[in-house]
Design a protein around this ligand. Structure first.
Ligand SMILES: [Ca+2]
Ligand SMILES: [Ca+2]
Ligand SMILES: [Ca+2]
Length: 325
């Protein structure tokens, strides 16, 4: 009798163990299933965001081509019109946003490459720009020379520059000079003299183009940029007033259609002597498009550099990265 009771007890314990094991297994299976569903959802959302971003870029490139058919110059109105047509697209579960920046309103840092046959002129403009941006005078030549060294192929330092031996001797984390064109303005952080404070001062007026000897678009250049152009210092306020329409200024102001008209305006209306229009133009060939698709709680960014040929008006995607540029 005692034996039978013991056997029953053991059977109950075994049965309980089996039930609890089955429960643990079932819970774990449900958990895994939930993870799988969520993972699949994320993959689908990511794919969807990719497609939305790609479509937004394609559509934007068509709009940029269309703009060339409308006119042969580029002013702030053209950029504003683009934003009217393409800045926000609501999509199921979120939205796609687009931001277009003219990359020829800023100073192309790659213009300081020694492959630039007009390096001396661009070097002088960069120093004037640092001056207008109120960068400490004593740093102008160091910032210019060290950037020239970062871009040039040799390991011989400019008078105030820095090459291989300077960077390899850095205590925290030694590295080599790129000896190549910049791919992103964020690379400046690696170059001698470019402290966070300096980067903050210059960031709105500099950019990086995958080309050397590019011009500034006088129709989209800021007051600061105009002040840095040889012999135009002191004239930026008047140029911007005569160029851009605004609520207070109701005259029929328009961008400069050709460089010839701009030169006539500068020498005639502004009476500037010794004006040289070299390095300036009235149109843009490089644009930065920032696309962002937000779906649910997540979002996906895409940075595209778009080139538009001035004569054919055709656009070409020349660089694209996700995340930060
Ligand atoms: Ca245009
Ligand atoms: Ca070098
Ligand atoms: Ca050098």
């Amino acid at each position: 009798m005692i034996n039978i009771n013991r056997q029953r007890g053991v059977a109950i314990i075994v049965a309980l163990l089996v039930v609890s094991l089955a429960t643990v297994l079932a819970v774990s299976l449900v958990k895994h299933l939930n993870y799988d569903i969520r993972r699949t959802e994320n993959i689908l959302r990511l794919d969807q965001a990719h497609l939305y971003n790609a479509n937004a870029v394609e559509f934007s490139m068509l709009l940029i081509e269309l703009d060339r058919k409308n006119n042969e110059y580029d002013g702030l109105d053209d950029i504003a019109l683009f934003h009217e047509q393409a800045s926000v697209f609501p999509v199921e579960g979120g939205m796609v946003t687009n931001k277009l920046t003219d990359l020829q309103s800023c100073f192309n840092l790659n213009n300081l490459s020694k492959t630039n046959t007009e390096l001396a002129a661009y070097r002088a403009q960069y120093i004037r720009l640092l001056d207008v941006l109120e960068v400490d005078n004593s740093l102008h030549v160091t910032l210019t020379d060290s950037l020239i060294d970062w871009l040039d192929q040799d390991d011989i330092p400019e008078p105030r520059g820095a090459e291989f031996d300077y960077y390899i001797g850095l205590e925290k984390q030694p590295y080599r000079t790129a000896n190549n064109l910049l791919v992103s303005p964020s690379e400046l952080r690696l170059v001698k003299g470019y402290t966070p404070d300096i980067l903050k001062l210059i960031k709105n007026e500099v950019c990086v183009l995958p080309a050397v000897k590019t011009a500034i678009n006088i129709n989209t250049a800021s007051n600061i940029m105009i002040e840095s152009i040889e012999n135009l210092d002191g004239h930026s306020a008047q140029i911007v007033t005569d160029r851009d329409a605004s609520a207070e200024n109701t005259e029929d102001d328009e961008p400069f259609v050709t460089l010839d008209l701009f030169t006539k305006y500068v020498t005639g209306t502004l009476k500037v002597k010794n004006f040289n229009s070299y390095g300036l133009q009235t149109y843009s060939e490089y644009f930065l498009l920032q696309t962002n698709t937000q779906l649910g709680a997540g979002d996906m960014k895409l940075f595209s550099i778009i080139y538009r040929d001035q004569s054919s008006g055709k656009t070409e995607l020349i660089r694209q990265t996700g995340g930060a540029l």
